[in-house]
Design a protein around this ligand. Sequence first.
Ligand code: CP
Length: 308
Amino acid sequence: MKHFLDIHKTTRGELRAMIDQARRMKDARDGRPKGMADDETPLAGRMVALIFEKPSTRTRVSFDVGIRQMGGQTMVLSGKEMQLGHGESIADTARVLSRYVDLIMLRTFEEATLLEMAEHATVPVVNGLTDASHPCQIMADIVTYEEHRGAIAGRRFVWSGDGNNVCSSWLHAAGQFGFDLTFTGPETLDPDPGAVAFARSRGSNVTIERDPVRAADGADAIVTDTWVSMHDPESARERRHNQLRPYQVDARMMAAGKPDALFMHCLPAHRNEEATSEVMDGPQSVIFDESENRLHAQKAIVRWCLGV
Ligand code: CP
């Protein structure tokens, strides 16, 4: 059984196969109405549970649509409305759901919850975001970068702002796909040391540069995310805004990158906070392609998990 729990827990060969599969499936849909099933429906007769303990627009809709395009069926469940939110253990939930469905996608808070679900489920479990990582997003982002600029290996990405869960998955990807990453942000919001160590152990050059324009110098892509994540306390908002304001991605920062540098953001964004609207809507931005590619990347991930 194959769970998709994190980019650093999946082999390079498997990750590359999923990216290539995603691109093939995207190409094969060219010109096909959005809701229509694919030519191939490898999920016919399969049922997938999509569990959300946090809000979602992209993850929820892209998994739901993608599974239907492949001929499968879905049920979208809110953690709060399940017995899971009222004292039933994760292990028992995993055992019960495994009697009904073929795959479980879980968006949750603590990574330990995801790991416990995977340990006790007898069907594949996919990480739809935890406080520690967001691997489906970064798989979609790899598809996006490569469809615009070719192979990601050997490039240098800049992450600007909070070294959060999405940043960790970028670091895991840097190690697995062979690119470098410069973090620019305040010291108190540095990325997870474990994710940095993983990337470095795989040969990625990970650097930290406190000056955002110097960090962006010669970059192939500049990436950011919201300053306050879903798991951050609301009381931290003002302090974070003050700390992160110098790391807003603006025209000056983009101009420091290569002329063909891409601007990337997983969305949702707070416009004119972590990035200006000028950059988000500018010619270097691929943010809506990233959203679309959630669909294609996750279809490949689900197929890999189910071996279909
Ligand atoms: N990027 C992302 O995961 O978006 P949602 O929170 O809307 O699912």
